[in-house]
Design a protein around this ligand. Sequence first.
Ligand code: ATP
Ligand code: MG
Length: 377
Amino acid sequence: MENPFYYGTTVSGKSFTNRKQEIKEILADIKSGQNLFIYSPRRYGKTSLIKVVLGKLKKERFATIYLDFYQIYSKERFIDLYSKAIANVTASKMEKIIDFFKRNVKNVVPSITVDVNGKPILQLEYSNRKSTISKLLEDVYQLPQRLAVEKKKKIVVVFDEFQEIRNLNGEQFEKELRANIQHHEKISYVFMGSKTHILLNMFNDENRAFYKIGKMFYLSKLPKRDLISFILKRFMEGSYNINANTAEEICNITKNHPYYTQMLCHEIWEICSDNKEVEERDLNIASDRIVKNQSELYLRIWDNLSIYQKELLIALINSGGESIFSEAYREKNRLPGASTVNKCISVLIEKGIVEKNKDIYEVSDMFLAKWLKSNIV
Ligand SMILES: Nc1ncnc2c1ncn2[C@@H]1O[C@H](COP(=O)(O)OP(=O)(O)OP(=O)(O)O)[C@@H](O)[C@H]1O
Ligand SMILES: [Mg+2]
């Protein structure tokens, strides 16, 4: 049997566990036309979760539009990818798609080509003049609403990694988008991202365009109970022998982090593939192997930090992540002033190296922490 533990890409089916409560709540919100703002530190499972939700909505005849802002580095790119995502959900004949775009987007020549799999793809031809682009954008923003009216379909639009919008001409683009979508009553917009403080600034600052646009939804790690039963089930399906205590110990090592739990289990599966007995010492062997395999990456992360950021990271390892701005903490760890510590921690969070849970800061990747302990501290 193939290793059932996956990490890195979004997971679905058997590799995706539970989240029943979250699915229920998000489904209900979207069905009522509520805008949502889903956030969490990196790799907690936002994209996997929303894809499961979109799958369920599709079965209820929702048109689902998903856009990843990491792929969007310019307004032209937004126009292209958003239009394609919208064209994809119409599920109409090609002529109808072209007709829909001709009627609803001025200044553009739509056409259809096919990709290597024979799947039709929309092509838009337009002039790259500034004035054309801004008119074009106005039309493109309205497309989901037009689609909703014409096709009498309910629509949900997901903007993943939405914080990346700040790279597109900053707050001006935010304003335009907000102004254009706020009257779309038939559509539920879901904004998601992992750069939490950038996103929270966007949504909680009353001077910003997206102030209070929707309901805030914080995605937590997986509950330990669910994670344990997930681990046991997957190993047992592969005829591995593993007991509940060992599964719990795995969760203790990974602090219930979905991504790192899958990573550790993946490695354990490989290590124990001969005798199919998972024992406590295999957990250490697997952890050490991960640290070793990742050491090149960790060295690069370390090299890219400033001296103060390095000192702060070491402090988190040595003294934990509570009251890090206090004088006592800073003195003990020979850290600079509170405002510098504040700047450093923001950078570490934005880089995805550190996360904040209930006012305690911690290194997200326990294997990086382990590497730091044995190589730096
Ligand atoms: N419900 C789940 N059950 C089991 N594993 C999960 C679950 N959700 C996420 N994971 C694990 O976490 C990894 C990351 O998931 P995903 O890409 O959905 O997270 P994300 O929050 O969108 O991450 P990013 O911040 O990088 O966009 C997956 O590859 C998988 O290993
Ligand atoms: Mg994601």
